[in-house]
Design a protein around this ligand. Structure first.
Ligand code: MSP
Length: 532
């Protein structure tokens, strides 16, 4: 049992949450729930990024006067909280960069860096992208457009404060090379190293209040506010400080982000921490983008999918399942409602939902709704014996496989889900191959007992395993299986050292005599044309 401190980015409050934001949340929620299940002391931090010119502009556009930005952000930050609770996201702390504790932490961090001699005064003469909140050198902005978002840049020339980032370049390269899990996936590490091969300039970390006062004051010059990225990154410190768990939780175990903010997290942030004397995060994991119409999904491009609308149409768990199963974590994905519906029908309605439904129907039909024991001597059960080869020996392998996926630095969420669905597929095949109804005709009760006991054991294992990904479905399965307690607190599943011994030489967690309670199908098939 260890500690596990995991974060999402904090989201800009100038837009409502879309499926791209929800993706990070869902992935981090699944990882966090998994760690909680396995007994780790987990701290899951998320929040909103509320300062900077971009937000100030949005506030103005929404009709708020200068000075009333806080009122504007108060309204929007709640949209994020509501969206996350609607998506079943159980974070431990929601940090806002307008929180008092956050301001103190930012000023404290800036002061430490200054005291270390890494902040100096100079003149900024270059380009700035207001929507991205990023400074660009003349070389980087040759065409007058932001290299990231391709929108026009603003030319600025003014006195500012700079962070001596450049001098840490060699140290950072060495650190990345010596810590293979620091930037994940591997190809992102190479991308950062490629970027560091070029000269690393110093970073302008102030904005004069005359341009935009909406930010946190520099502790040593009241005429300036802190550059929004310096402010935002510090949330990873202020979050646990505000919750009183900093000592216990630092350093972060994993920062999950999307690839567009890799440079900020894998270059600026470690250098800031190094200069201020903090231990570095263990892993920075950059996932890919959800795209629609060939482009990154974003408010400015207007190509967004609303996770809450999708959840109310198909259920929260279907959305969670789809986004995690559709792409290997780290790669880009193309979002379409048609693809969601097709996955929903095949994996969730046909495979998972059906397995539960047909098993419980058989428990009702053959055993009056009461789970049979797995006979040690199954009698004439040749068919069942043969199919066992393809089912029961996989049951005890599932938990270790999921453990390896969820705890590897590669965060193999898709593969974890695939291994669960693989067992579900095998169980459905087992029903076809062992054909319990033929045993029923022959009056071979022992064979049916064995088959049903096997299926119930698989279903219990699946219910526990899918909890981090689809918590609601897991609980619904649990209750239909008639089990006590909760799936996330059940440890004995598939543990070869516990449980009752039964047929097929497997120790079983599912207690014979349990009264099952078949309910509504877990997932109702939807017509493919329902997707709009
Ligand atoms: N506020 C900064 C982050 C500061 S973290 C110290 C920011 N905010 S953001 O709202 O623009 O986006 C943040 C994150 O949203 C991305 O890193 C990613 O986690 C998620 N995504 C936003 N659009 C996305 C897609 N289209 N696809 C996948 N994830 C995306 O940047």
């Amino acid at each position: 049992m260890g500690k596990y401190y995991i974060t999402t980015p904090i989201y800009y409050v100038n837009a409502s949450p879309h499926i791209g934001h929800a993706y990070t949340q869902i992935a981090v929620d699944a990882l966090s729930r998994y760690r909680k299940m396995t007994g780790d002391n987990v701290f899951f931090l998320t929040g909103t990024d509320e300062h900077g010119e971009k937000i100030e502009q949005a506030s103005r556009e929404a009709g708020f006067k200068r000075g009333d930005e806080k009122k504007f952000v108060d309204g929007i930050t709640d949209n994020f909280r509501k969206a996350w609770s609607g998506m079943g996201i159980e974070y431990d702390k929601f940090i806002r960069t307008t929180d008092e504790q956050h301001k103190t932490s930012v000023q404290d961090l800036v002061s430490r860096i200054k005291d270390n001699g890494d902040i100096y005064e100079g003149e900024y003469d270059g380009w700035f992208c207001t929507p991205c909140g990023t400074f660009w050198s003349a070389k980087q902005s040759e065409d007058g457009l932001c290299p990231d978002c391709k929108r026009p840049l603003e030319k600025i020339k003014e006195k500012n404060y700079f962070f001596s980032m450049g001098k840490y370049r060699d140290w950072l390269i060495e650190y990345i090379n010596n810590n293979p899990d620091f930037i994940m996936p591997e190809f992102r590490k190479n991308e950062v190293l490629g970027f560091l091969r070029e000269e690393l300039g110093d970073l302008c970390i102030s904005r004069p209040k005359t341009r935009s006062p909406w930010g946190i004051e520099l502790p040593f010059d009241k005429e300036y506010v802190v550059y929004v990225w310096f402010d935002a990154l510090t949330n990873y410190i202020s979050g646990p400080v505000a919750s009183g768990v900093f000592e216990e939780m630092w350093p972060p175990d994993v920062h999950v982000i999307a690839k567009d903010i890799l440079r900020h997290h894998a270059v600026y942030w470690p250098i800031m921490l190094k200069s201020a004397g903090f231990e570095l995060p263990r892993t920075i994991f950059a996932h890919g983008w959800w795209k629609m119409g060939g482009e990154k999904m974003s408010k400015s491009r207007g190509n967004i999918a609303d996770p809450i609308a999708l959840a109310s149409k198909y259920g929260v768990d279907a959305v969670r399942y789809f986004v995690l199963k559709a792409v290997s974590f780290g790669m880009d994905g193309v979002f379409s409602e048609e693809a969601l519906v097709s996955t929903y029908n095949s994996d969730l309605a046909n495979d998972l939902g059906n397995l539960l439904n047909r098993t419980l129907t058989m428990v009702d039909k053959y055993f009056g709704g009461v789970a049979p024991a797995a006979p040690l001597d199954p009698g004439d059960a040749d068919q069942a014996e043969r199919s066992f080869e393809t089912l029961m020996r996989y049951v005890p392998l599932l938990a270790p496989e999921i453990h390896s996926c969820m705890t590897s630095p590669e965060l193999r969420l898709k593969e974890a889900l695939e291994s669960i669905m693989d067992l579900v597929g095998r169980a459905n095949k087992y029903i076809e191959e062992s054909a319990p109804w033929t045993h029923a005709k022959k009056g071979n009760t022992k064979a049916i007992e064995l088959i049903i006991a096997d299926l119930l054991e698989v279903l219990m294992t699946v219910a526990v395993s899918i909890y981090p990904f689809m918590p609601d479905t897991s609980k619904r399965m649990w209750s239909q299986l008639g089990l006590g307690g909760t799936p996330d607190t059940t440890r004995e599943v598939s543990d070869p050292d516990t449980g009752l011994e039964g047929g097929h030489g497997v120790r079983r967690a599912f207690s014979p005599g349990t009264r099952v309670s078949k309910g509504e199908p877990l997932f109702m098939r939807v017509k493919e044309e329902t997707a709009s």
